[in-house]
Design a protein around this ligand. Structure first.
Ligand SMILES: NC(=O)c1ccc[n+]([C@@H]2O[C@H](COP(=O)([O-])OP(=O)(O)OC[C@H]3O[C@@H](n4cnc5c(N)ncnc54)[C@H](OP(=O)(O)O)[C@@H]3O)[C@@H](O)[C@H]2O)c1
Length: 343
């Protein structure tokens, strides 16, 4: 009986400590802004989808703090154009534009091979690029596009870069999900949504896959004792090209115009929307397996804070099953037990 009471007391005190730590973290985050980011001099950061929206703002902010930013873009032309614009704000910005089309696994492999040929370290990988609510179409490898680009492309990219991440002290992988992950279901019988396709449910599936992947990567990395934290974030609702492209895909010019108007009225700026990604990538209190998003109105806007993702995203069996299927589909196997040493 005494030992039962003791166990209860220990559990209560553990629970209270956990709640206190979470509440302190939330309070400290309440006013966090870009200027609170530490210096990132000597750090190398890869951002996918760096030419537009949140990827663009993230690249600019990281460069302003002194990081070398490798802009992984599907079009180097659009990437170079974005780099020119960023250099107008950050004249000494160290930007390196490279091709990485997440809808083509050979492009992803080529990007990683060239990266590891040229760089010895990777401090932060921001798996940010994404598409939303497209009519059904397929990637070069025959995957449904939203699942293929948002999840499988990033799964393959991270796997190819695992050794260089593991060889870097305190590396982080930050995966950009969405509040839409809460509506997501992983349909293992029809992952590519060939039998029944809804453009929003396919998006939600891909965004739930982002969270499951981010957490599973963190569990596997810590089991293998890697100095690698995997964190998931979401931007709330930010004014970017994402909604315009989705509007255009669903309703042509009128759909795009409507999305633009609604964005102007209700969305926060992309500079604010990117804060959870910046926070997840650089805040010293952030640990692997955390989920970061805006703490304001309905978690759609405001300063970033650690939050809770959906119950479904915490399901470790689903995460492990998705991991195995992702390895099979992409042919990229994560070798956690291979010892890695920095040059
Ligand atoms: N904005 C929001 O309110 C919101 C809300 C929730 C989640 N998110 C997430 O935030 C992330 C960034 O989106 P955003 O809002 O910044 O939208 P965005 O302005 O449309 O940017 C998306 C980026 O992804 C890139 N991309 C698309 N397909 C690609 C591919 N096959 N290979 C490589 N890159 C590709 C785009 O490149 P191109 O310019 O060449 O097409 C673009 O750079 C996405 O993962 C999205 O799901 C955004």
């Amino acid at each position: 009986m005494a030992s039962g009471n003791q166990a209860m007391a220990t559990a209560l005190s553990f629970g209270t400590t956990f709640l206190c730590v979470q509440s302190v973290k939330r309070t400290m985050a309440a006013h966090w802004s870009e200027s609170d980011m530490p210096s990132l001099a000597d750090m190398t950061i890869v951002v996918t989808g760096a030419n537009s929206g949140l990827g663009y703002e993230g690249t600019r902010a990281f460069a302003e703090k002194g990081a070398t930013v490798v802009m992984a873009c599907r079009s180097t032309e659009r990437g170079e154009q974005a780099a020119r614009e960023i250099r107008q704000h950050v004249s000494d910005g160290d930007l390196d534009v490279r091709e990485c089309d997440l809808a083509d696994l050979s492009s992803v492999a080529r990007f990683a091979e060239e990266y590891t040929g040229d760089y010895d370290e990777l401090h932060v990988l921001c798996n940010n690029a994404g598409v939303m609510a497209l009519p059904r179409s397929e990637t070069a490898d025959g995957f449904e596009k939203q699942f293929g680009i948002n999840h499988l492309g990033h799964f393959a990219l991270t796997g190819h870069l695992l050794d260089v991440l593991a060889a870097t002290d305190g590396a982080r992988v930050v995966t950009q999900s969405s509040g839409a992950h809460r509506q997501g279901e992983i349909d293992f019988e029809d992952l590519q949504r060939e039998r029944s396709y809804g453009r929003w449910s396919a998006y939600a599936q891909s965004k739930l896959a982002n969270v499951l992947f981010g957490y599973e990567l963190d569990r596997r990395s810590s089991e293998a004792d890697l100095d690698l934290a995997s964190v998931v974030c979401h931007p709330g609702y930010a004014d970017t090209d994402l909604q315009r492209r989705a509007g255009e895909a669903g309703g042509g010019v009128v759909g795009a115009a409507l999305a633009t108007v609604v964005n102007r009225l209700f969305a926060q700026s992309s500079e604010t929307g990117v804060l959870p990604m910046l926070y997840a990538a650089t805040h010293e209190d952030i640990e692997g397996g955390e989920y970061v998003g805006p703490g304001g109105l309905m978690n759609m806007r405001g300063a970033p804070e650690p939050q809770r993702s959906s119950d479904r995203s915490d399901d470790e069996d689903t995460a492990a099953r998705l991991w195995e299927r992702s390895e099979d589909l992409t042919g990229v196997t994560y070798e956690f037990d291979v010892p890695v040493t920095a040059e």
